[in-house]
Design a protein around this ligand. Structure first.
Ligand code: HEM
Length: 539
């Protein structure tokens, strides 16, 4: 009856509505544009879509920050994204006001159809997310991190030995090192070769997820209601779900590997290593964990996507920094020679006595932040006001780590790789009396923004830093990492994507002396006893 009445309206009513709805929407949008932080002028309904760069958006965003200020708005269609280029503003919003800025933008194809809400990376802020986050934290506390140090040390020793044998293959060796640590920490099994089946499987899943995250590819991102279409009428959705089921089955099979290991440890007294999955399974036996087996299996599985490529790419950046800034290599050698000598290689106990090395790790993370746009974006969940600007709930928030870490107000001469910026004296000078020479103090203790912010800050930061410290300590102690004569290196030649890595380059990695070589051989022998506890995943 009501429908009949509506349909019987004269044509002029329909025509007026047809004109009025876009006009009212447009006025509403302009009103919002004027109240939000300024940015490049958007067009009605499409926003800044046509102005967005096809490649390396972080560079364009950095340029726009010089025109529109350290917090500006871009519009993807009618959806606002604020982009932040200053560490203090990033901390004020995403840390001090973290109750409002800790969600993720809705990613329907990836987060809801593929993963069915199981993966912490894209989960909205709320109970489901905090359950997973707390579990991850418990397995990554400073105390838990000490459990993983022996395998990190052993893998670093093996990496150094492999560099002796195959120095030109350094990039693949760094990748194997990072993957093996992530798998050993997650499941107590190492990766001996990048041809291991689990590695192929993980790459397949990561590529499948990345292929869903292409703006404009799926209408469901603009019209989420489409996710309710039955699978038979939406083959695209059935395909995504099938991949999701394969990934879930693979994740659960990995948990079963650890469950079986633990059962053998109980029945046969097998000595199995501590791992994040084992710690969580032990916890699950003692107390109720409100997650299905499928959802539980995504917790250890999330480590590979989040922690392997990021760590390997950061090590590649360290090599690029060293070949282009030989004075940093020399300074690291001087410190290592003075503190460690030539009769043994450094280990975690030496870290406290190696301030330059610790500063070098921080500078690598700052200089070319791997998660160049802050990893996965944040999203706000409540309306807010900041410096007189209105920021509505549902705004996407991008911390442009590139612009923040290379902001000359905080890091004078920002593209110069200079670990001394992070030495104690330099940091206290900055905090006491900032000048154009020292730059302003960064608000976070880390001194850079490469691990993100607030409640969503990278939970694996401590683990990643330990991997970087031990790998770089041993490599720099043992090797010269040098430019190849006649080659020009471009420190801006990086890949595209969410995580960046230097484009392929060659360098010369040569052992510093026969004494160093002998120590590496001894180290490998000592590492074997640790490595053999972590049975490798097969090819
Ligand atoms: C150099 C290495 C790494 C870098 C630069 C890095 C950086 C980041 C960044 C920028 C974020 C987003 C933070 C935010 O939203 O504010 C993030 C999130 C995350 N990282 Fe890392 N990460 C690294 C290694 C790791 C490792 C080794 C692990 C595993 C233990 C890990 C696990 C995670 C997880 C699970 C999240 C999602 C957290 C959430 O959404 O609540 N990351 N990481």
């Amino acid at each position: 009856m009501a429908l009949e009445l509506i349909l019987k309206r004269p044509l002029y009513v329909w025509l007026s509505l047809f004109v009025a709805i876009p006009i009212v929407t447009f006025i509403h949008d302009v009103w919002l544009w004027l109240r939000m932080p300024p940015g490049p002028t958007p067009l009605p309904f499409i926003g800044n879509k046509n102005q967005l760069p096809k490649t390396k958006p972080w560079i364009k965003f950095q340029e726009w920050s010089k025109t529109y200020g350290p917090i500006f708005t871009i519009w993807i269609g009618r959806k606002p994204t604020i982009v932040i280029s200053d560490p203090i503003i990033a901390a004020e919003l995403m840390e001090k006001r973290s109750t409002k800025y800790s969600s993720r933008p809705r990613m329907v194809a990836m987060g809801e159809i593929l993963w069915d809400g199981a993966s912490i990376l894209v989960q909205p802020y709320g109970k489901e997310w905090s359950t997973r986050r707390k579990l991850l934290h418990q397995a990554l506390t400073p105390k838990a991190l000490t459990l993983y140090k022996p395998i990190q040390t052993a893998e670093a020793s093996r990496l150094c030995y492999q560099l002796l044998e195959s120095p030109t293959n350094w990039e693949k060796l760094l990748e194997r090192f990072a993957s093996s640590i992530v798998f050993s920490v997650s499941y107590g099994h190492r990766i001996d070769s990048l041809n291991a089946n689990v590695i192929h499987q993980r790459f397949e899943f990561m590529q499948a997820a990345a292929s869903l995250n292409v703006p404009g590819k799926y209408q469901v991102e603009s019209f989420p209601i489409l996710k309710h279409i039955p699978d038979v009428l939406a083959p695209w959705k059935a395909d995504i779900k099938a991949t999701g089921r394969r990934e879930a089955a693979a994740n659960m099979a990995l948990v079963d590997v650890v469950r079986n290991d633990m059962a053998r440890a109980t029945t046969r007294g097998d000595d199995i290593p501590d791992s994040l999955c084992k710690l969580l399974l032990e916890k699950k036996e003692k107390e109720h964990i409100p997650l299905s087996d499928r959802d539980f299996s995504y917790i250890p599985a999330s480590l590979f996507g989040a922690g392997s490529d990021t760590t390997a790419s950061t090590l590649c950046t360290a090599f690029l920094a060293l070949v282009t800034h030989p004075e940093a290599l020399q300074a690291a050698h001087s410190e290592l020679d003075a503190v460690i000598g030539h009769d043994r290689s450094p280990n975690f106990d030496d870290e406290k006595d190696l301030p330059y090395l610790r500063a070098l790790v921080k500078e690598v993370l700052r200089w070319r932040p791997v998660a160049v746009l802050g990893g996965t974006p944040h999203a706000s969940t409540e309306d807010d006001r900041y410096k007189g600007y209105y920021i509505p709930a549902g705004t996407t928030v991008l911390g442009n780590s590139w612009a923040i870490n290379l902001n000359e107000e905080y890091y004078p001469n920002p593209h110069h790789f200079d670990p001394t910026r992070f030495l104690k004296g330099a940091l206290s000078d900055k905090s006491r009396a900032p000048t154009a020479l020292t730059g302003k103090a960064h608000p976070a203790k880390a001194g850079h923004s490469s691990f993100g912010w607030g409640r969503r800050i990278c939970p694996g930061a401590g683990l990643a830093e330990n991997s970087l410290v031990i790998a770089l300590a041993k490599i720099l102690w043992a090797y010269d990492v040098l430019p190849i004569k006649g080659v020009t290196y471009d420190t801006f030649a990086y890949t595209e994507g969410f995580n960046i890595r230097p484009l392929k380059f060659e360098c010369e990695i040569s052992i510093r002396s026969e004494a160093h070589r002998q120590v590496l051989l001894d180290d490998l022998r000592n590492a074997e006893s640790v490595l053999e506890r972590f049975t490798p995943f097969g090819e």
